[in-house]
Design a protein around this ligand. Structure first.
Ligand code: TYD
Ligand code: MG
Length: 473
């Protein structure tokens, strides 16, 4: 086998490796970003060595009889049918909105990246989660940003139990690993990955490789000890995780904490090895930390005493495992220069353009000379197909100036042919809308529904437009 070179050049921006020094990184295009570093024998690497010394069998309360996650690194192949899966292998926080997004709690031995803009509430969420987890297990909160006293002040403000939360206000990997071996926590929180550093690498603190190496060291410790680890990462306003993007592949899940200008904060899974990525957790930041939105059905609806304006329609949306009824709003104005444009950031603008084309071709609504604006009240981003018919009717209503009934809820997919296609969970959507007082319910004709549905079903966009205008307040 060819001997590996003893030195390597790493781009400090993106982590790209080269065998020789280059002025410009071929991967990220950054100039002067290559740093020389020694390639160390993995066995003599103190970080990995520390990780290995931690590979002892640990049994902690709640973990008895399950073995350790050691067995995840088997030495011989096993017959799949004879593999005994770990049950109860998740830590459930009791913060339902967080557990739901994780797929029912954090998996033992797994690592999760939590991204979000500064100030969104990542540290608060994690401290509340730590408090919830510490009822069953020891938690180590590693902070490279705030002092232990700062964290204590936040906990006091939140008024949460913290008996089994340990803090280590030090971002250095070698010290963190010692702390982990000492405390043997079941849950680890790292705030934030951007501050992590290690003495193992020659590169400057704060560089991508320092971060990668540290994340690797901590997640390896967690994996071998059956602990769950959350890595907090800052994301810029534009939504890029810059450095942390490079560690997305090293973790089992990526959660993003976002808000929309409105008060509701959304926790979404962008990657989840142990659950779905469709779930969304909803929180509101209050004086005593983050409050879970347990009954979110109404938050996205607008309360009005005034007559319904044109361009507004309610849509029951299927988000993960629950239905949220949201208000879709549209506005059309004559385009400057004659060419219409679509402005929509909560629903994909290409989807709205397609709906406009269908409305123009099959619905008799002229839109090509209009600027079309579409919004979702409350700031929810919707990528779900059931939003198409509601968006179409909102745009129609805005363009024609005819208001729709305030008691109307709509769902359905719009085909390019002008036909409507059924969407999943129609019955649950309309039941949820009915419970909120939407007595007029309009959806696509479905070949699958055996009995007559309790809502009005139509086959084409033309029929939908006609029917929707028959109801008034
Ligand atoms: P923080 O969790 O520090 O955000 P991040 O770690 O994502 O940067 O909290 C951000 C904001 O939340 C901060 O401006 C203060 C505010 N906040 C409240 O409104 N109520 C509270 O109970 C707490 C703890 C913070
Ligand atoms: Mg923070």
């Amino acid at each position: 086998m060819a001997k590996k070179p003893s030195t390597l050049f790493l781009c400090t921006q993106c982590g790209h490796e080269e065998g020789r020094w280059l002025g410009k990184c071929p991967a990220c295009g950054e100039w002067n970003s290559f740093k020389e570093m020694k390639v160390e024998n993995l066995d003599s690497n103190p970080v990995l060595a520390l990780g290995k010394s931690a590979r002892k069998k640990v049994t902690r309360p709640g973990n008895e009889g399950q073995g350790t996650l050691e067995s995840s690194g088997e030495m011989v192949p096993q017959v799949l049918s004879q593999v005994v899966p770990h049950t109860q292998s998740r830590y459930v926080s009791g913060l339902n909105e967080l557990d739901r997004v994780l797929g029912g709690g954090i998996m033992r031995g797994s690592s999760i990246l939590l991204g979000g803009e500064p100030g969104i509430g990542k540290s608060t969420l994690m401290l509340q989660a730590a408090s919830a987890y510490q009822k069953q297990a020891d938690v180590l909160y590693i902070s490279g940003e705030e002092s232990a006293s700062h964290i204590k002040l936040r906990a006091d403000r939140l008024g949460i139990p913290i008996d089994r939360i340990h803090v280590l206000a030090n971002p250095q990997l070698e010290i963190i690993l010692e702390g982990l071996n000492k405390v043997q926590p079941s849950l680890i929180i790292v705030d934030s990955v951007q501050t992590l550093l290690t003495q193992t690498l020659d590169s400057a603190p704060g560089t991508v490789n320092q971060m990668k190496m540290s994340v690797y060291g901590i997640s390896e410790w967690a994996r071998h000890n059956g602990a769950g680890v959350f890595f907090i990462a800052h994301v810029t306003k534009e939504g890029s995780i810059a450095g942390p993007k490079l560690i997305e592949h090293m973790v089992d899940g990526v959660l993003m904490f976002e808000h929309s200008g409105a008060e509701v904060r959304f926790l979404r899974a962008h990657k989840n090895r142990f659950g779905s990525v469709d779930e969304v957790g909803l929180f509101i930041m209050g004086g005593e930390g983050l409050e879970e939105l347990t009954d979110p059905s109404k938050v996205f609806l607008v309360d009005r005493d005034t007559p319904m304006p044109p361009g507004v329609v309610a849509a029951p949306i299927f988000e993960g495992s629950r239905i949220l009824v949201v208000e879709i709003q549209a506005l059309t104005i004559p385009a400057q220069g004659g060419y219409g444009r679509v402005y929509s950031d909560r629903i994909d603008a290409r989807r709205i353009s397609r709906i406009c084309a269908v409305l123009e071709k099959h619905g008799g609504i002229r839109l090509s000379d209009q600027d079309v604006y579409v919004n979702v009240a409350g700031g929810m981003k919707i990528a779900e197909v059931g939003v198409e018919l509601p968006a179409a009717l909102a745009i129609m209503s805005a363009r024609t100036g005819q208001s729709l009934s305030r008691h109307l809820a709509v769902t359905g997919e719009v085909s390019l042919s002008g036909e409507l296609r059924p969407v999943s969970h129609e019955k649950q959507r309309f039941t949820a809308a009915g419970e909120l007082g939407f007595i007029h319910r309009l959806g696509p004709k479905s070949g699958r529904t055996e009995k007559e549905p309790s809502w009005t079903s139509v086959g084409t966009i033309q029929e939908a437009i006609k029917k929707s205008l028959t109801w008034s307040d």
